[in-house]
Design a protein around this ligand. Structure first.
Ligand code: PHE
Length: 346
């Protein structure tokens, strides 16, 4: 008995020392000290020993049980402490590190200006129409009173897709498409991308226009003046003056080019400062819109009777308006996607 208890003691202590996790310790406790544990069974078996051996054997067994309990508890504490240390070491969060930010996106300056332009016209009762970027010759030129040999076609530096198909050079073909499919009264704006073979600080091969037109029984040049004056004063300053200069477009008659007072010098042309204004080159005026009364010939193309309807039309470049509004001097900035530029607009 004495000898086998000694072996058992060594075995227990050795196994406890080799436990590395809480569940291992618990398993070991059950194996030796549980209700059917080996030490428990030995203690229960004491009653079968001869009476004279019982006290000594009992004492030694109890000692061993207490020792096992102590060592298990000590080992458990050790394992728990190590685990805590590991967690502290491995799961540390360095709260002094810079956080990861995510930046909120924002509108492109052209989108901002486009939306603002559309808003002003919606306020005057206009509705928005759109047409295809790839047009046919008929809608882009022919029906706008520019037949095949018309010199005005040369001004437009067209990108052709095929003999008859091209990237629209202006938004005016939307006038034709809307009038073909609807009857007056019409009060329409047509925003969108247009394309011309041209590329420098003030021209981009793709840019944006907003077309507008109004057709009804008695639309006059005075209506055109009223609408455009209100528009420019809403987009720029409320006291901005406009100037209507005679001009020519094949699809309007009479035609006008409309200038507004310079956004920078306010019409002074920089004369007071002694040097010409950078924006208007000293003239005090900025060309901002093309417009006119819709040509009777155009009405004939869409099947309207020019004796019974009249209307005006106008077109403007969105990039130009954005450049004047924000003081941007190079149109290419809009399309280079340089975040340092784009972040300046909210
Ligand atoms: N379509 C013309 C252009 O692109 C602008 C314009 C539109 C002029 C409507 C008159 C009427 O230059």
């Amino acid at each position: 008995m004495a000898e086998s208890l000694e072996t058992l003691r060594e075995e227990v202590l050795d196994r406890i020392a080799r436990c590395a996790t809480e569940p291992e310790i618990e398993d070991l406790r059950v194996e030796y000290l549980g209700r059917k544990g080996r030490l428990t069974l030995l203690l229960r078996g004491l009653k079968d020993l001869p009476p004279e051996e019982r006290p000594q054997a009992g004492e030694r067994l109890n000692q061993l049980r207490r020792l096992a309990e102590e060592k298990l508890a000590a080992r458990l504490a050790q394992v728990k402490a190590r685990e805590k240390e590991r967690i502290l070491r491995e799961e540390t969060v360095d709260i002094t590190l810079p956080g990861s930010r995510w930046e909120r996106g924002r509108m492109h300056p052209l989108t901002l200006v486009m939306d603002e332009i559309i808003d002003v016209f919606l306020g005057m009762g206009f509705e928005v129409a759109r047409g295809p970027d790839i047009e046919d010759d008929y809608h882009n030129f022919e029906a706008l009173n520019m037949p095949k040999d018309h010199p005005a076609r040369d001004m437009q530096d067209t990108f052709f897709v095929s003999q008859d198909r091209l990237l629209r050079t202006h938004t005016s073909p939307v006038q034709i498409r809307v009038m073909e499919s609807r009857r007056p009264p019409l009060q329409i704006i047509a925003p969108g991308a247009v394309y011309r073979h041209d590329d420098d600080a003030t021209h981009s091969p793709m840019f944006h226009q907003v077309e507008g037109f109004m057709v009804d029984g008695h639309i006059s040049f005075a209506d055109l003046k009223g609408v455009l004056t209100h528009f420019i004063r809403r987009i720029f300053r409320p006291e901005t003056k406009l100037r209507f200069r005679p001009s020519f477009f094949p699809f309007t008659e009479p035609s006008a080019e409309i200038d507004m007072q310079c956004v920078l010098c306010g019409g002074e042309g920089g004369k007071r400062e002694g040097s010409a204004c950078r924006v208007c080159k000293g003239s005090g005026w900025l060309e901002i819109l093309g417009a006119g009364m819709i040509d009777p010939q155009v009405f004939k193309f869409v099947g309207y009777d020019p004796e019974r309807v009249s209307g005006f039309a106008f077109g403007m470049g969105v990039e130009r308006i954005a450049m004047l509004k924000f003081g941007i001097e190079d149109i290419r900035l809009f399309f280079q996607n340089d975040l340092r530029f784009l972040r300046q607009f909210v």
